[in-house]
Write a protein of this length. Structure first.
Length: 285
């Protein structure tokens, strides 16, 4: 009977955690105050410092601090899966902000209207981390965000096509430059994934957290490489290594067929639930 009670307690904690994932308030998944901190503000464009070359435009729903940090860690490391839904709502808001900025960059500041479904591509966790945690946090949140976008009237689907092609070192103790070097060439698009990416609408890289931007930069590189290899239009905004911060303030652009050797470039953006607080500071006027 003791084992049965422990099993039932573990099961109910998945459905209704013993405490708020953000502040610890009893018997609530995420209390109203923590929900407001997570997704109550307008998502912002964020830039890490230093900003790695090739990083697509990134929007974040919240700063990675205090209640938001606690909720993300509870979901990722402790498997509090009931937090997936509110984290998905926050990520969907960041995705929507990126798509709206892309429309403004193309001269159309109207509602989010896209050709084909928005393709959410989660940055994959290392296979070893997935086995340890028992789930892939970014993919799980991406699925929840896609559902939220569809409920809001935006067609969306998740394409989990990125794979790790070699092991990488633990990044927790690495600096920004070391993380870029550690991840260089680590990701690739699974066979056949390039055709799926080029056959849909805008591609949005998604993750739960951005700190240095190294993971999103490597993921964008892998998508660009797959788009070029598929022999079709590239679905990735080609942020060049020499592009400075001032040149990027105008936001992403929709390049026509006469730009870039006849290749029609769709806009890419990236979206995360949270980003380091200093990446928000760069956007102050």
């Amino acid at each position: 009977m003791r084992g049965l009670r422990e099993w039932w307690r573990d099961l109910t904690d998945l459905v209704l955690p013993a405490e708020c994932g953000g502040c610890g308030r009893a018997r609530t998944v995420l209390c109203p105050r923590c929900r407001t901190v997570l997704s109550g503000a307008v998502p912002r464009r964020v830039r890490p410092v230093p900003e790695p070359p090739g990083l697509p435009v990134v929007h974040a729903a919240a700063r990675y601090a205090d209640e938001v940090r606690a909720a993300l860690l509870a979901h990722k490391e402790r498997g509090v899966l009931a937090l997936t839904a509110p984290l998905g709502v926050a990520l969907a808001g960041a995705v929507g902000a990126g798509l709206r900025e892309a429309r403004r960059g193309s001269g159309d500041a109207g509602a989010v209207r896209v050709r084909g479904p928005v393709l959410l591509v989660p940055v994959p966790s290392a296979p070893r981390a997935v086995r340890t945690r028992g789930h892939d946090p970014a993919r799980r949140i991406a699925l929840a965000a896609a559902g939220e976008l569809r409920r809001a009237g935006t067609s969306a689907r998740v394409l989990a096509v990125l794979r790790q092609r070699h092991a990488v070192a633990d990044q927790s103790e690495l600096g920004a430059r070391q993380r870029l070097h550690n991840l260089a060439g680590a990701l690739a698009v699974a066979p056949g994934g390039g055709r799926l990416l080029c056959g849909g609408g805008p591609v949005v890289l998604v993750d739960d957290l951005m700190t240095t931007g190294a993971s999103l930069t490597e993921a964008a590189r892998a998508l660009r490489e797959a788009g070029a290899g598929a022999g079709a239009k590239s679905a990735v905004y080609p942020a060049s290594a020499g592009e400075g911060r001032e040149e990027r303030k105008a936001g992403p652009r929709m390049a026509g067929p006469n730009e870039g050797g006849g290749v029609i470039r769709e806009t890419i953006c990236a979206a995360v639930v949270a980003a380091s607080p200093d990446s928000f500071e760069i956007n102050r006027n």
